[in-house]
Design a protein around this ligand. Structure first.
Ligand SMILES: [Zn+2]
Length: 491
């Protein structure tokens, strides 16, 4: 014990005396000493947008609470991975990154400003992505997302734009990338912002892509299909896949898109790089809807399980990396009103996401009900049905909060003087719906601090070839370096 302590002291002193470059080299040598030999030939990068430890841990508590009163957690598939790390997410301009600068860091190893994809903060120089390096090295490349394919996170693997909202430019660059597989959500501006540009879908066809937008055509795809652009038949809000909570049975899931990606891309001597984004974990957390977020973490985990099955058949060649790009919502386990208690079984009562409730219940009600006749009582049965929230079980204070939010949802213009408290109370969302999910979450013991992202680190998990590179506490830019090293890419 004493000898070990002495050795540690000496090592620490040596490490402190070593210059950074030598330390990095020693680190690499130490890693290669324990790592399996060879190159990661089949590489998966799963990104949970807005997913940090609170989202992961809530899902684990929820999964247990559904079936038992035990104080324990049921681990997800990916939280059982042999290696885990912590990853800082600050960008070039703020401690609280957005998805554009976060993906730039992960995909290229460079920090930039929020809103910028794969360009430097001055928006002059552009950066090459891990997917482009992989493609050049002969690997096939796939990009899957549950939100639109031109959204910041998927775009970060093929596009370089000064602004993440240059959707058309991103789509054109997607087609030009020549990557073999794009799948999931839709495209926001396929004929440009003013609908006066060349159609990107046609452009993709001209470039040799097979364009698919039905389930049957998708299921019929076989290896040798060539380059594929597959958009889900059902799109929910802003061109995205439905929340897992709202997905109808038989509709394609993130796991289906991952499985097909493997099937189409693995038909290659040099292997593949497949990135899969669970993009709506973030959207649900922006809206403070824990039920929708948790179910999307489960869908994300199910997609990862497909990759794990593949890895089991190719253990010497496969690397799977899971990370988040940032935390969203300031979610936590614990709320002032419930103190040390949690009631996560209540989350299981939720049957619709906030967006489905808006689209199916609240919007039609607002359209069809004259303001003078509108009353919260009309919606209580649907609220109970969608969220398991019984008005009569709520405290007087909570009932008043719901009434107040209902009035705000039914009102039209908000006076300037109340704009600030309107934002603090409801963000940019439907006041009634956000208040329902907040009360729901609070009774379960889940708290929120924001409708935006937060600056806490995320968790990264790895299994497979060169998994050991991903242990420790490091920056999101290091994920690029670690993957490149595992894939033996010459940068
Ligand atoms: Zn976000």
């Amino acid at each position: 014990m004493r000898k070990l302590k002495m050795t540690l002291v000496v090592l620490l002193a040596l490490a402190a005396a070593m210059p950074a470059a030598a330390r990095a080299k020693a680190q690499v040598e130490q890693n290669t000493a324990t790592a399996p030999q060879g190159r990661a030939k089949y590489v998966f990068l799963f990104i949970g947008d807005g997913m940090a430890m609170a989202q992961i841990s809530s899902t684990e508590v929820y999964t247990t609470a559904r079936s038992s009163r035990d104080i324990s957690i049921t681990k997800l598939g990916f939280t059982r991975f042999p290696v885990s790390g912590l990853t800082t997410t600050y960008d070039a301009g703020t401690f609280i990154t957005d998805s554009a600068s976060a993906v730039t860091a992960i995909a290229t190893g460079n920090k930039t400003l929020s809103g910028v994809i794969n360009m430097d903060p001055a928006k002059k120089q552009s950066f090459k992505t891990i997917a482009e390096y992989a493609h050049e090295a002969g690997m096939k490349v796939g990009v899957v997302s549950s939100v639109t394919l031109d959204h910041a996170t998927p775009a970060g693997f093929f596009a370089k734009v000064p602004s993440r909202s240059n959707y058309y430019d991103i789509e054109v660059q997607m087609v030009k990338s020549g990557f073999e597989y794009f799948a999931g959500g839709g495209l926001l501006q396929p004929t440009g912002k003013d609908k006066d540009q060349a159609d990107v879908i046609q452009m993709a066809r001209d470039a040799g892509y097979t364009y698919i937008n039905t389930r049957d055509a998708f299921n019929a795809l076989r290896p040798g299909a060539g380059k594929v652009l597959a958009i889900n038949a059902t799109l929910q809000d802003s061109g995205s896949l439905p929340y897992e909570l709202d997905r109808r049975s038989g509709d394609l899931s993130l796991a289906d898109y991952t499985r097909k990606g493997i099937e189409l891309l693995s038909d290659n001597d040099r292997g593949f790089f497949l990135t899969v984004e669970g993009g709506k974990i973030d959207w649900a957390c922006h809206a403070n809807d824990a039920g929708a977020a948790i179910n999307d973490v489960i869908a994300f985990d199910n997609a990862i399980k497909v990759a794990v099955d593949f890895a089991q058949a190719h253990p010497q060649d496969t690397l799977i990396v899971i990370t988040g790009d940032h935390e969203t919502g300031g979610m936590t386990i614990g709320f002032a009103g419930t103190q040390y208690e949690t009631f996560f079984d209540r989350v299981a009562l939720q049957k619709k996401s906030f967006i489905a409730f808006n689209q199916e219940v609240l919007s039609p009600y607002k359209r069809n009900t004259p303001k003078a006749q509108a009353k919260l009582a009309d919606l209580l049965p649907q609220i109970k049905d969608a969220f398991g929230l019984d008005y009569n079980d709520l405290s007087k204070f909570q009932q008043e909060q719901l009434e107040f939010a209902f009035q705000r949802s039914m009102g039209d213009e908000i006076e300037r003087s109340v704009a600030e408290d309107q934002y603090l109370l409801y963000g940019g969302y439907e006041p009634l719906t956000v208040k329902i999910t907040q009360i729901m979450n609070q009774t379960a013991g889940i708290g929120w601090t924001s409708y935006a992202h937060t600056g806490v680190p995320v968790s990264t998990f790895a299994m497979g070839v060169h998994q050991e590179l991903f242990g420790g506490y490091y920056d999101n830019t290091d994920i690029f370096k670690k993957m490149a090293s595992a894939m033996n890419l010459s940068l």
